[in-house]
Each structure stands twice: as structure tokens, then as C-alpha cells.
Write a protein that binds this ligand. Structure first.
Ligand code: PLP
Length: 400
């Protein structure tokens, strides 16, 4: 059996007659012309057997849907204009007034902000749960709970939960689970194997890989669930453009090698920073001593990955460090400002290394954030790792 990356690269595509190129053509359209009035009347927006309107899909967007579904081992995929739109699409499909959604306290921040904003206005409540204590999730699921979000590892603080256990609790209680699997890139582990009902990706990150596309995906294995998501997608007008689809299609074949390169460089730099006297805690799930390391090992270590079994396991090029509390906010700001190759900016997954300082006392409840020092999150790009290390070294020097 071939690996998903091979299937992805060899995914069938029928080029125009006489033009035997494997690279797919790019189709862009709003209007799709019907043969006659009868065909117009018989249109089915949801059907993939034909085309009705650019918003509902073109050959290019259908192909990207199929390839993302294949990458994640799912059956269907809905593409939306951003990763956050994928989270919103899921919530709008599954939740109505009086319902409740459970979100891990370390979830991607805007997921919680959406729950505090529009969803609250619409009469939908939410609770934050501690993903590192499955019993906390179990105790919060009630009759109103209609959706549970899962994420591994947590955004910024990188705790890796026992995902299969959390998904099992949702299944036993009959509540659909949505996994934000952006960190995995569809490479480090399989979200459906971990037990999720819906797997969400910000294609903005590694699948696009260029730092030049915003897009999200919701992958499912259940046709009824997919149709429910697709109906919301249609009613909200969450379509994507052909040029953006093309950019992701072009980047997908190199996804696995890029992921491994980001991973290798990040581990090298994380290991180096961990040994530095300025750093009190490294938060990278592949390192012993990082919260949930054993769960990362169980899910991502030594499993057949996209390009063969890896005894080491795979991880994204993301990690955070907590500086010793003796360093002031101003000093950490100076460190970040002194970096030349690591740029200050949000998002990740592109070629340029990025850094963001966070005051976790503002982002987490004190009960789940034991550290005093300032946290800095690094996203390692595709630059030479030795150059990045030299950059870190000179910035640490400038800080002191
Ligand atoms: C970036 C990110 C998103 C949102 O993606 P956008 O395309 O920027 O909206 C969602 N979840 C996680 C975990 C992310 O890192």
C-alpha cells in the first residue's frame, strides 16, 4: 500500500486532449453556463457531478478538496477562506440557541473569541476544559453539549493531550468532536485515527507553505455530517478562489519534505535553547519534560508517516520557551527586536522564521499556567538552522 504523499502526487487528473501534463489546469469562474433551461432548473448546488456556480466549486477547487481529503484519510472536504472560517463553519452548522460548545483552554485563541462573541450573542454558551485532564472534559459534557473542540498540541503553550482518550469520551457521550489539526499538517498524525469526527486544517500554514494564501478545510468521513457542513458553507457564501486553490495544489507535493525540514531545524534550535541559562522551560512536545510528551510519543512517534516509519516521530517547526523570571518584559522585547532572521509576526508555516512574545498571564487562567517568566513562541522557517542559531545567540547577547 502506498503512502498518502505518493497517492497525493499521483492523484488522477485528466488533462485536455493532447496535453499530457500532470500539473492540473486552473479554472476560475463565477458564472457557469447551463445547456438549457431544464438543466438550469435541475441544478443541484451540492452535487459534485456537475458545476452550477463558481462559489459552489470549480474543477480546481473540487480537485483540491479531493486531495486534502486523501491526505487526511477522509472521504469529503469543505474548503473555506481561512482556518478560522473552518472553525466558524463547524460551529454554525452544529450549534443553535441553547446549545453549548466545549473548547480546550489552550485552543487557538480566535476559536474562543468567536464563542465569546457571535456565538454568545446567538444564545450558544461555551465552557473551557483542561485537555490534560480527560476527567475534566468528561465532567463538563452535559445534555446541552453539541460540539467538543480538540487540538494537539495546544496553541502557544504546546501541551500535548491524550487525544484518543478525549475523542473516546466524546464518542461515548454521543457528542461530535472537531479536531483542529493544523499543527499536524496532515503529516505528523492522522486525526481520524485519533478518533475525531471532523478534522480541521488551516491550509494557510504548512499545506500552502508560502505564507501567501489564506484557506481552511474541514474533512469528514460521514456523508450526512459533510452535507450539514456543506449547507452552512453554501448559505454563508464561504467559497474560495481558483488562484488560491492553485497555490495550495502546487505546494502539496512538497508538504511532507517541508514538514520534516521545519521539524528538524526546530528540534535543533529548541535543544540548543533548552540548554541556555536564560531559558527556564522548553515547550516542544517531542522533548522530554514538555507537558504531554508521552502522548505525543504515543500518537506521533514510530508510526508509519507520510514518507515512511520514523522512529523519532514527527513534529511541526513550532515551539515556545519560557524565559527565567529574572528577565523583564522590556528585556524580552529587546531580545525579540534584536532578532534579524526571525521576524515579528503572526501565523506560521511559510519559509520565513517568526517569533511572538506572549504574556501568558493575560491568555491563561492562573490555575493552568504555573510559570512566572515571559513566553516566546518560535516558528522555524526554511532558513539554514546554523544561521538561525547565530541569530538567536546574538539576540540573547543583546538582551543581557
Ligand atoms: C493559524 C491557525 C488557525 C487559523 O488559520 P487562519 O487561516 O489564519 O484563519 C486555526 N487553528 C490553528 C491551530 C492555527 O494555528
Amino acid at each position: 500500500m502506498s503512502k498518502p504523499i505518493t497517492d497525493l502526487i499521483h492523484h488522477p487528473y485528466v488533462p485536455p486532449a493532447g496535453f499530457a501534463a500532470p500539473q492540473p489546469g486552473v479554472y476560475k469562474a463565477s458564472t457557469v453556463i447551463f445547456r438549457d433551461v431544464a438543466a438550469m432548473r435541475a441544478r443541484d448546488w451540492k452535487s459534485k457531478q456537475g458545476y452550477t456556480y463558481g462559489l459552489h466549486g470549480t474543477p480546481t477547487t473540487f480537485m483540491l478538496e479531493e486531495r486534502i481529503a486523501m491526505l487526511e484519510g477522509g472521504s469529503q472536504c469543505v474548503l473555506v477562506p481561512s482556518g478560522l472560517a473552518a472553525i466558524a463553519n463547524v460551529g454554525m452548522s452544529l450549534l443553535r440557541s441553547g446549545d453549548e460548545v466545549l473548547i480546550p483552554h489552550n485552543a487557538y485563541g480566535p476559536n474562543r473569541v468567536l464563542a465569546e462573541g457571535e456565538f454568545r450573542q446567538w444564545g450558544i454558551t461555551h465552557q473551557l476544559y483542561d485537555p490534560m485532564r480527560p476527567e475534566d472534559l468528561a465532567s463538563r459534557i452535559g445534555s446541552k453539549t453539541k460540539l467538543v473542540w480538540l487540538e494537539a498540541p495546544g496553541s502557544v503553550t504546546m501541551e500535548f493531550p491524550d487525544l484518543p482518550q478525549l475523542a473516546r469520551i466524546c464518542r461515548e457521550r454521543g457528542v461530535p468532536s472537531g479536531l483542529d489539526s493544523t499543527w499536524s499538517g496532515g503529516v505528523a498524525f492522522n486525526g481520524f485515527d485519533a478518533g475525531a469526527d471532523m478534522v480541521v486544517h488551516a491550509l494557510t500554514k504548512y499545506p500552502s507553505g508560502g505564507g501567501d494564501v489564506l484557506m481552511g478545510a474541514i474533512v469528514t468521513r460521514d456523508e450526512a455530517l459533510h452535507l450539514q457542513l456543506k449547507l452552512t458553507h453554501m448559505r454563508m457564501g464561504f467559497g474560495i478562489g481558483g488562484n488560491d486553490a492553485e497555490a495550495v495544489l502546487r505546494s502539496l507535493p512538497s508538504l511532507a519534505v517541508r514538514y520534516r525540514a521545519h521539524d528538524a531545524a526546530a528540534r535543533q534550535l529548541a535543544g540548543w535553547l533548552k540548554a541556555r541559562p536564560e531559558v527556564s522551560q522548553l515547550l516542544h512536545p517531542a522533548f522530554e519534560g514538555s507537558p504531554g510528551h508521552e502522548h505525543w510519543r504515543a500518537l506521533c512517534g514510530g508510526k508509519p508517516g507520510l514518507s515512511g516509519a520514523s522512529a523519532e516521530g514527527l513534529a511541526a517547526g513550532l515551539f515556545s520557551v519560557v524565559f527565567h523570571e529574572r528577565y523583564s518584559v522590556a528585556q524580552i522585547d529587546r531580545f525579540c527586536d534584536a532578532l534579524r532572521l526571525f521576524k515579528l509576526g503572526y501565523s506560521w508555516g511559510g519559509p520565513v522564521s517568526l517569533v511572538v512574545p506572549y504574556d501568558m498571564k493575560l491568555l491563561r487562567q492562573p490555575s493552568v499556567w504555573p510559570h512566572q517568566g515571559i513566553l516566546v513562541r518560535f516558528s522555524v522557517g526554511l532558513e539554514d538552522a546554523d544561521d538561525l542559531r547565530a541569530d538567536l545567540e546574538q539576540a540573547l547577547h543583546a538582551m543581557a
